[in-house]
Design a protein. Structure first.
Length: 363
């Protein structure tokens, strides 16, 4: 590693040590203490710098089974330190060795909590990781000239249909792949669902040709404005068969159901996000990563009901409609559930399948 710095678009500088080429991206902070390999491989964070507020990132090393998808997707990973003697029975590499072997851009040695405070107080912003001797004026010019990477969903999602079979399947679920994490598929197959994974822009008639019992719209990169094709296809399907949305899918299903979405000040990123289930009144502690939310006022003229609400800022974390046969969650409930008594969105989707008329006879 060599001397590097992060420059924010407000002019603040954070000097440390880093690796990789100069890059510009949106900076977000994450409060999780573990799961850092799942974070760097989460398609949601594609094209972003992720700053970890916990200072001991890397202390249990790196292992292959920690990945949420097959590759890392972050544009840069910002941590307090990476120089640890790793302790973990599954340990294969130190975080330093892993980052070098996988060409993962890292910036370390900065005050990550101060960086998080800046973003929390002033809102999300762009930044550049560059050589320490880059003039501030030059860095700011590059930041201001930067436009977010487009087409990440097309890049990360599947390019062709594929089937993942369950043991003794009872249902068939189509998964629209916007950058799907591995555990979404495994959660469905564990519930006796064959999963047909389709490209994000598959049209409604093609989806119905698989005679699915339900559709799930996956998580993915934070770019809902680019995905009107998905919204338009969902509009043709809503009410015809059960549809679930997770993460980015939550936003798109809500929008197709008549809601509007808006960008948050700095989003929800990390662990210990308290969410209330307004149906059963239970509190769950969740792991989240999203910069957009459903606009509550826009629900007035829809049949959507708020089912999940963030207790920190009262933002909407999930909606449902028995009339439209939809259920959504802004987070992956399997990662987030603190107790087995909490139903996950996968359980709710199965309930919708069971209660819906016609089952798979929706073609």
């Amino acid at each position: 590693m060599k001397p590097k710095k992060l420059v924010l678009q407000n002019g603040k500088e954070f000097i440390g040590l880093g690796s990789g080429d100069e890059k510009v991206a949106e900076v977000v902070f994450h409060t999780g203490m573990i799961g850092y390999l799942d974070i760097v491989s989460n398609p949601y964070y594609a094209g972003k710098f992720v700053c970890m507020t916990y200072p001991l990132i890397g202390n249990y090393g790196a292992s292959d089974d920690e990945f949420g998808s097959k590759d890392y997707h972050v544009e840069g990973f910002i941590v307090k330190d990476t120089d640890f003697i790793s302790s973990n029975m599954r340990y294969l590499d130190s975080m330093d060795d892993f980052s070098i072997a996988n060409d993962l851009p890292i910036l370390c040695g900065i005050d990550t909590r101060m960086l998080a405070k800046v973003i929390r107080d002033e809102g999300s912003m762009k930044g550049i990781i560059t050589d320490v001797d880059t003039p501030i004026e030059e860095a700011l010019l590059k930041i201001n000239a930067y436009t977010p990477i487009k087409g990440m969903v097309k890049k990360l999602g599947t390019k062709r249909p594929n089937m993942v079979k369950a043991n003794k399947p009872k249902y068939t679920v189509v998964c629209l792949d916007l950058g799907c994490k591995n555990n979404i598929i495994s959660e469905l197959t564990n519930r006796k669902c064959n999963v047909v994974v389709l490209p994000y822009n598959t049209d409604a008639s093609k989806i119905l040709s698989y005679h699915p019992d339900a559709i799930i719209v996956s998580n993915g990169p934070d770019e809902p404005s680019e995905l009107e094709v998905v919204v338009n296809n969902l509009k043709q399907l809503i009410g015809r068969l059960p549809i679930a949305g997770i993460g980015l899918g939550h936003l798109l299903v809500a929008k197709a159901s008549g809601a509007k979405i808006k960008k948050m000040k700095f989003g929800h990123h990390g662990a210990n996000q308290s969410v209330k289930n307004l149906v059963n009144k239970k509190i769950i502690i969740t792991l989240q990563g999203h910069n957009y939310e459903v606009d509550r006022k826009s629900l007035d003229n829809t049949s959507l009901n708020v089912t999940l609400e963030n207790l920190s800022d009262l933002s909407i974390e999930g909606v449902s409609s028995s009339e439209l046969l939809v259920v959504t969650s802004a987070f992956d409930a399997f990662e987030a559930s603190a107790a087995p008594i909490v139903k996950t969105i996968y359980d709710e989707l199965i309930d919708l399948i069971k209660s819906s008329k016609g089952g798979s006879n929706n073609a």
